[in-house]
Write a protein that binds this ligand. Structure first.
Ligand SMILES: C[S@@+](CC[C@H](N)C(=O)[O-])C[C@H]1O[C@@H](n2cnc3c(N)ncnc32)[C@H](O)[C@@H]1O
Length: 275
């Protein structure tokens, strides 16, 4: 599959997913926090079921629901936007996309891997904390990742770390997966440590998590990484990640950065004080 200008990749993929999802209904009469949003799904056989948006395991288990909910209805654009911005910078550096060896953390059902693969990236390894993400990737986007590991980067078994390091990754991607009790700062630091120096780092984060008052630890961590020249931001792009179920735009930031220095050992215990 090549990069088409008109039809988004997720839409082309959805055509080949056998889904029983018929209608998605939102409770639009009240504003819920982003991680508390839910919907009712009506299936083609008439049965109904509620889904909490952030219960990814349940969403992935239902073929086509992730795409229909977040992409078709809520107009999520994060994987394609992030990979496009990364591609632009890689080209600015006069480097080929084929030369990237990517670790995609919080890989989910493979949307980011898919965007990378159509841009000719040859080595893409996925990591997610739930087995349903890997199962959905194998079901709906087989072959997109060279390997896919279900693991917790804050407690990475030694043998797995060895396997991951053998890839000599030179690019980390993590899209729509930081904050909200998903990937914590400590896991992000571990992922960064698995990338060669110099290397690329492309991630998205809700703009609230970059405010001084943020309590997730990411605002402090990103400032630390910049101030100590571990990371140099090449592109900072505010964009609409998706709409909320009541139709409000949810703004995130894409950062594409160069990893300039190895992660110092003392950053690991330090991160515990980031909150
Ligand atoms: C909104 S999904 C994004 C998936 C994919 N990156 C995309 O853009 O479609 C967030 C993903 O992060 C994963 N996740 C949450 N906590 C994680 C952790 N600590 N380590 C790895 N993955 C995690 C979830 O299981 C989920 O698949």
């Amino acid at each position: 599959m090549s990069v088409a200008k008109s039809e988004p990749l997720w839409q082309r993929r959805l055509k080949n997913i056998k889904t029983n999802v018929d209608t998605i209904r939102f409770a639009t009469d009240h504003d819920l926090a982003q991680n508390q949003e839910w919907c009712e799904v009506i299936f083609k056989n008439g049965t109904r079921r509620r889904y909490l948006f952030h219960n990814y395991a349940e969403v992935y288990r239902t073929p086509g629901l992730y795409e229909k909910l977040f992409y078709e209805r809520l107009r999520c654009s994060s994987p394609s936007r992030t990979v496009r911005l990364l591609e632009e910078l890689v080209h600015d550096f006069e480097l080929p996309m084929e030369g990237l060896r990517v670790l995609d953390v919080g890989a989910g059902n493979g949307m980011v891997g898919d965007e990378l693969r159509v841009r000719r990236v040859r080595t893409i390894v996925g990591v997610d904390i739930i087995p349903e993400a890997k199962e959905a990737t194998n079901r709906d986007r087989p072959g997109v990742y060279n390997e896919y590991f279900v693991t917790d980067l804050t407690d990475l078994p030694e043998h797995l770390e060895k396997r991951l390091r053998e890839y000599n990754f030179n690019c980390l991607t993590t899209v729509a997966a930081l904050g909200f009790g998903d990937i914590p700062p400590a896991a992000f630091i571990k992922a960064l440590d698995l990338i060669e120096t110099p290397g690329w780092v492309a991630f998205t984060i809700k703009e609230d998590f970059l405010h001084e008052r943020d309590s997730s630890g990411f605002s402090k961590l990103i400032r630390y990484l910049n101030k100590n020249e571990l990371m140099q931001v090449q592109a900072y792009r505010r964009y609409r990640h998706r709409y909320s179920m009541t139709g409000k735009p949810l703004y995130y930031v894409i950062m594409v950065a160069r990893k300039l220095r190895d992660v110092p050992d003392q950053l690991f215990p330090d991160v515990l004080d980031l909150r």
